[in-house]
Design a protein around this ligand. Sequence first.
Ligand code: BG6
Ligand code: MG
Length: 215
Amino acid sequence: MDLRGCIFDLDGVIVDTAKYHFMAWRRLAKELGFEFTVEDNEALKGVSRMTSLEILLRTGGVTVREKEKAVLAARKNGWYVEFISGMTPDEILPGSIRLLKSLRKAGILTAIGSASRNAGTILDRIELREMFDVIVDGNKIHKAKPDPEVFLRGAEEMNLPPSSCIVFEDAQAGIEAAIAGGMKSVGVGSPELLGHADLVIPDLKKITLKELRNL
Ligand code: BG6
Ligand code: MG
C-alpha cells in the first residue's frame, strides 16, 4: 500500500490504562454492592464511558434511573483522573517510541484516534503529545467505535485518504471501525480476539515499515 499515515488507539496500544479504568470501575461496583472481576473488565475495552457503565450495571444486575447514570459515570471518571494524574513516561508501552520515530523519519504522518475524553491528559502525563501530528479523542467525536468516525476524522485532519492509512488497535470494536472506514488495520494483542485485522502483533516492539507497506 501507499502508506502515508498511521492512526493509533491510545488505551492499550500506546499506554496501558486499562488497569486504571478497571480500578475505578471495580470501586464503583463495590459501592453498588457487587464484585467486578478482571474478566468482566475485558468487555469494557475500547468501549465509551457510558456504554462501559451500562455493561457494568448489567453485570451486577443493577438498574438505575437515566439521571443517576451520569452521576455514576462522573464518579468513576473522578477516580480515574486521579489515578492517571500520577502517570509517567515510564508507562509508555515498549516499542511505541521506536515505531513513532521511524514513521516520522520516513515522512509518514501520525495520529491518535481514541474514544477517551482523557486522551489529552494522558498524552501530557507521558510527554508524548509532540509525536502526533493529529489528535482525535472522545471530545471531538459523536459516534463510538465500531463506528469509523474517530478514524475518518483522523485521516481527514491529516489530509489523507483512508486507503493510505493504517490503524493500530487492541480492541475488536476498533478493528471493526478501521474496516468500516476503509483502512488497513494492525491488531495489537491476541489473534483470537483480533483475527479480523490485516495483521496481528503481540506489541509494537518489532514491527517494521516494510511489513506495514506490504499490507
Ligand atoms: C477507551 C478505553 O479508549 O476510552 C475504554 O479503551 C474507555 O475503556 C473509553 O471507557 C472512554 O474513556 P474515558 O477516559 O473518556 O472515560
Ligand atoms: Mg484500546
